[in-house]
Every structure is written in structure tokens, then in C-alpha cells.
Design a protein around this ligand. Sequence first.
Ligand code: GDP
Length: 137
Amino acid sequence: MERTLSIIKPDAVAKGVIGKILDRFESNGLKIAATRKMQLSRADAEAFYAAHSERSFFNDLVDFMVSGPVVVSVLEGENAMKINRDLMGATNPKEAEAGTIRADFAENIDANAVHGSDSLESAAIEIAFFFSQREIS
Ligand code: GDP
């Protein structure tokens, strides 16, 4: 059994597709072990994406992630990390396979609807960034 972190990003929240995206997870065997809608502070977004701090798009990414509320969730299940990455589709929605969350709900690489942990190591760090043990069940 694995756990991974999902973020429904501000573009998808603003579009009103929180329910549709959470349904993709539940319909594909993932349990929502924790979830919360919240507004990230700039410090939150900078810390969460610290690994990208040297990238040219870092400031744009932080601006976008604080532009409106997000929904952070812990997804649980067998192969949860990979299943979530497959459901998300490619980082650039224009390259995302048909039927993936990014193909269906995202406009471009700046506003690409969802985040998902890309390894089990990142998942553990990212889950602990947002949730305490007693919030996850
Ligand atoms: P992910 O794991 O599929 O989300 O992709 P990455 O870890 O490579 O990048 C993290 C996030 O940075 C992506 O989801 C995008 O929101 C953003 N990002 C990546 N590449 C670019 C880019 O070239 N320009 C901009 N504006 N944002 C980018």
C-alpha cells in the first residue's frame, strides 16, 4: 500500500472541477486518505517547489500557485504514486494523452491543473509538508 500527494492547482479549482478530478482518483482505485482546500502563502509555494528554485520559470510557478486556492490530498492504494502520475498525463497538457486529467482540464504548462509526487521519497516529504499523521486515515 502506497501514499502519494496530489494538488488540484488554482486553475482547476477556479474552473470548478474539484469533484471531477477527485472522481478520477476514486474511480481508479485510489482512496482519498486526507484532503483540504487551502490558500498557499508565497512562503508555502516557494518551500514546496524549492527543488525548482534555480529554474527560469520558478517565479511564474510560485505566482501561479498562490493565485487562488488549491486542494491538497493524500491518495492511497496499491501503486498509488504511479497510478496518479498516469492519471495526470504529461506536464505539458499539449503532450498529455487523451483521457488524462491534464488533457481534459489543463490549458498550458504554466496552468496544468494538478501536481502529483514523482517518487515515493518525494511523496513522503510532500505529505508531511501538508498533513499531520492524525489527519490521514
Ligand atoms: P510535474 O511533476 O509533471 O508537475 O513537472 P515538473 O516537476 O517538471 O515541474 C513542476 C511544475 O513546474 C509543472 O507542473 C509546471 O506547473 C511547472 N513548469 C514546468 N516546466 C515549466 C515551464 O517551462 N514553464 C512554466 N511556466 N512552468 C513550468
